[in-house]
Design a protein around this ligand. Sequence first.
Ligand code: PMP
Length: 388
Amino acid sequence: MTAPAAAGLPADEIVRALLREDLRDQTAYGAPQLDVPAALNTNENSYPVPADVVADMLAELARTLPGLNRYPDREFTALRRALASYLSRSGTVIGADQVWAGNGSNEALLHLFQAFGGHGRRAIGFTPSYSMHSIIAGTTATPWVAGTRSADPGRLFTLDPESVAAQVESAHPNLVFICSPNNPTGTAVGLDVIEAAYAAAPGAVVVVDEAYAEFARPGTPSALTLLPGRERLVVTRTMSKAFALAGGRLGFLAADPALTAALRLVRMPYHLSAPTQAIAVAALRHTDTMLATVGVIKEQRDRIAHELAVTGYHPVPSDANFVLFGGLADATATWAALLERGVLVRDVQIPHHLRVTAGTPEETTAFLEALAALGPRHQAVVPAAEGA
Ligand code: PMP
């Protein structure tokens, strides 16, 4: 380090030279965090944590904080039990030893890559999908295979068992990622797709990212039901979306106890702070209250999809708390024009498409009115399929 500094090189060039080659041309992941009237770009829950839950969190913190001189419970025992009982509400009994958690499901995903991926191994996902899957693959030096989804206009972005099985078979992966409902498309898959991926990759851990599961329309099954007897299957969830706890940073997963035990090999000791555990435990004591907004959010999602279709855009059917829609002449220009009107949506780099989070009725109205105010020149004259 002394030599280049002495040569008078700027710090960013010195750091670049020191950095891993594969990271040198990367840009950091991160959606804009702007103070706007309608922040609809990161699929958060727009409703604040209710006052009675805040009060209980404060009480739990008051019991916890004097003990901060000690490391937190490394096994997050109370939290695991609470998460297991929450997941068991799905109808599949999940034991505490089947649960793992991290600071957001991103950290739980990182643990999966650290334990089962890495140099000389391979992971596959089906794009467009949650970009952190491939980004974490990159940071853990896991070669990534970008699988594809249907481009058929009538079934845009869907996955079918045959295509998934064929893609998985030819990739020979150690890790398979299926996001359902999928971000950024909102598309949920049938259990037959997950079963097909599992059967096609006997040497792989199959991860179903269900961050948005609570918003799925009736009849959309959770992959939790497939866990019994499948020791290589993992279902990830988060408290960041339906649970309205994005700032609490708590994500979790369910899998066979042998698999969750393996994740201890890669986690940092005491990775879940005592305040994090306390807040999440308190939130889970109020599960029904915390999830009470899911119904109204789903109504706004369906309202957005309906209104967009009526006005000539092409919303993709969604089981999540957001809608991806096509039919834009220039997605980046529309993104900027909406922001000028105080509405922040997400440009997910799919040509002619933007993604909007379903928030409060007022936020939905602000989005729909801002889009309408832009006028027809923002609309593409191409049919939906070409926009994909
Ligand atoms: N999975 C999916 C599909 C997501 O969209 C997100 C967040 N946008 C996450 C996982 C990670 O969320 P968190 O780390 O807040 O749990």
